[in-house]
Design a protein around this ligand. Structure first.
Ligand SMILES: Nc1nc2c(c(=O)[nH]1)N[C@H]1C(S)=C(S)[C@@H](COP(=O)(O)OP(=O)(O)OC[C@H]3O[C@@H](n4cnc5c(N)ncnc54)[C@H](O)[C@@H]3O)O[C@H]1N2
Ligand code: MOO
Length: 417
C-alpha cells in the first residue's frame, strides 16, 4: 500500500509513526532509584543475579520428603520453611516438609500429605511418589550471573517481583522525560472558572488536563504552561519557554488552516516542521517538528484542538515516539494489541483516512467478541469516548461496515485504560 492516500494525498499513519521513530534519538541520562519506585521506568543498566533462584532445592507441597522408593518410611524429623532439617536421610527414611522448605540431603522426592498416612513414626502412601516429584530445583528459575531484565525493557510488576526475589534493592533507569504542555485558543478558559464568567463561545481548556493526566500515567514530568491566545507573538513566547525547559512540547489547537491557526507558522519560524497532516480520523492536522536550541533540540508535537483528536493522536503517534525517546528498546516497543470483533451496528465511512472510532467491546453470551461504536463519532464528542473501552480501527482505504462484519479493535491501553 502506498504511503500516500490516493484520494486525498495524506500520509499514512504507519509512515508517520515510522518517520517519528526513525528521527528520534533516545535520551542517555540515567538515575539510580529504589526498586519500589521503578514500575513503568526503562532499565538502563544490566542487572545480574547474585544468587540462584530458587536458592536451594525445596518442596512444592506440604507433605513428606522421602529417600528412595519404598512401601513405608520411618519419620526422623522435619524441615520447615526457614528451619531446614539438619542431617541427611538414609534409604527408607522421611521427614515432614512444608512448601518452600529446603529438601533435606538424601531426599529425592516429596509426597503431598493428602496421599500419606502416619502411624507412630511410620509413613505409608496411597500411591508412590516419582523420583524428583514435588521438588523445585535450585537455579531452575534463575542462575547466578544471569541477566535478570534486558536493558531497554519497561519495568512491569513481574520484573519488580523477579528483581526483588533476587534481592535487588535499586536499579539504574533512564531519567524521566519532561514535557512542556500548552493549549492555544482565545476561547479557552481554565477549569475552575465559574460558568457565569464564560463569555459567548468560551469553553473549558479540557485538553491540557486530559493530556496531562495521560502523560503523567506514562511517568512524564510536566511543565504546565497553561493556555495562550491566538496571537503569534504570544505563541512564540510560549514555544521558547517550552523549548528551553523540556525534552518535548505538546500543544493542542491552532494547527489547522483557520485564519487564527498560528502553531505551524511559529514552529517554522523557530525550528522546522517534520510533517503535517495525516490520513487519520480524528486528528488529521497533527504536526511534528523540532525546535533547535543551544544544546540539542526539543521535539514538537502539535495536536489538533478537537478533544478526541488530541487524545487519539497522543495515543497513536506521540506515545510510540516517547517510548523510543525514553530509551525503550525496539523489542520492547510493542505495537498496540489488536484483535477482531463482530460489529453490532452499521458504520458509515469514507475511504481516505484510518479511522479510530470509539467503541465498547465485550464477550457475548455465545463467547463471541463483539463491539458496538459508542455515540456520535465527532471529534468533539467526549461522552461517547468516555463510555468506550476500545478503538474500532477502520483501514484507510476501507468504506462502510455492516452489522455482523468482523472488524479490528484495539483495546485501550494505558493511558486510556
Ligand atoms: N477548512 C478546514 N477546517 C478544518 C480542517 C480542515 O482540514 N480544513 N480540519 C478540521 C479538523 S479535522 C480538526 S481536528 C480541527 C483542528 O483544528 P485546530 O488544531 O486548528 O484546532 P482549533 O481550531 O484551535 O480547535 C478545534 C476545536 O477544538 C476546540 N479546542 C481547542 N483547544 C481546546 C482545548 N484545549 N480544550 C478543549 N477544546 C479545545 C476548539 O474550541 C474547536 O472547537 O480543524 C478542523 N477544521
Ligand atoms: O481530524 Mo479532525 O480530528 O477529524 O476532527
Amino acid at each position: 500500500m502506498s504511503d500516500v492516500c490516493a484520494q486525498n494525498g495524506l500520509r499514512s499513519v504507519e509512515t508517520a509513526k515510522q518517520m517519528l521513530i526513525d528521527s528520534i534519538q533516545p535520551i542517555t541520562a540515567t538515575e539510580t532509584i529504589p526498586l519500589a519506585q521503578a514500575c513503568g521506568r526503562v532499565l538502563a543498566e544490566p542487572v545480574l543475579a547474585a544468587l540462584d533462584l530458587p536458592p536451594c532445592d525445596n518442596s512444592a507441597m506440604d507433605g513428606y520428603a522421602l529417600c528412595g522408593d519404598h512401601q513405608s518410611y520411618t519419620l526422623i524429623g522435619k524441615s520447615l520453611a526457614g528451619h531446614p532439617f539438619d542431617g541427611a536421610l538414609e534409604p527408607g527414611q522421611a521427614t515432614r516438609i512444608t512448601t518452600g522448605a529446603a529438601v533435606p540431603a538424601g531426599a529425592d522426592r516429596v509426597q503431598m500429605q493428602e496421599n500419606c498416612s502416619i502411624e507412630a513414626d511410620q509413613l505409608t502412601m496411597s500411591r508412590p511418589a516419582r523420583p524428583g516429584e514435588n521438588i523445585r530445583r535450585r537455579g531452575e528459575d534463575v542462575h547466578t550471573g544471569q541477566s535478570l531484565v534486558p536493558v531497554g525493557a519497561k519495568i512491569k510488576v513481574p520484573h519488580i517481583a523477579l528483581l526483588a526475589g533476587a534481592g535487588v534493592a535499586e536499579i539504574t533507569v533512564y531519567r524521566k522525560l519532561k514535557a512542556a504542555l500548552l493549549s492555544i485558543g482565545d476561547e479557552l478558559k481554565p477549569i475552575g472558572t465559574p460558568v457565569s464568567e464564560l463569555g459567548d463561545g468560551d469553553i473549558y481548556d479540557s485538553n491540557r488536563i486530559a493530556l496531562r493526566a495521560a502523560l503523567e500515567q506514562l511517568g512524564v514530568e510536566i511543565l504546565d504552561l497553561s493556555c495562550w491566545p491566538d496571537q503569534p507573538e504570544k505563541i512564540r513566547e510560549a514555544f521558547i519557554e517550552a523549548r528551553d525547559n523540556a525534552d518535548f512540547v505538546i500543544t493542542s489547537g491552532g494547527v489547522s488552516v483557520g485564519e487564527a491557526d498560528f502553531t505551524k507558522t511559529v514552529l517554522q519560524e523557530l525550528g522546522e516542521i517534520g510533517f503535517w497532516k495525516l490520513a487519520i480520523k480524528p486528528g488529521k492536522p497533527f504536526a511534528f517538528g523540532r525546535l533547535p536550541k543551544d544544546k540539542g533540540e526539543t521535539l514538537f508535537f502539535g495536536l489538533p484542538g478537537n478533544p478526541v483528536s488530541a487524545i487519539v493522536t497522543l495515543d497513536q503517534l506521540v506515545v510510540p515516539a516517547l517510548e523510543k525517546l525514553r530509551g525503550t528498546s525496539a523489542e520492547h516497543r510493542h505495537p498496540p494489541l489488536q484483535t477482531r470483533a463482530r460489529l453490532l451496528n452499521n458504520i458509515r465511512k469514507r475511504p481516505g483516512r484510518t479511522d479510530y472510532q470509539r467503541g465498547f467491546t465485550y464477550c457475548d453470551s455465545d463467547g463471541i467478541q463483539v463491539v458496538e461504536t459508542r455515540g456520535i463519532q465527532g471529534s468533539h464528542i467526549l461522552s461517547g469516548f468516555a463510555g468506550a473501552n476500545c478503538f474500532v480501527v477502520l483501514s484507510r482505504e476501507g468504506g462502510d461496515c455492516e452489522t455482523g462484519d468482523w472488524v479490528t479493535i484495539e483495546p485501550f491501553n494505558a493511558p486510556l485504560k
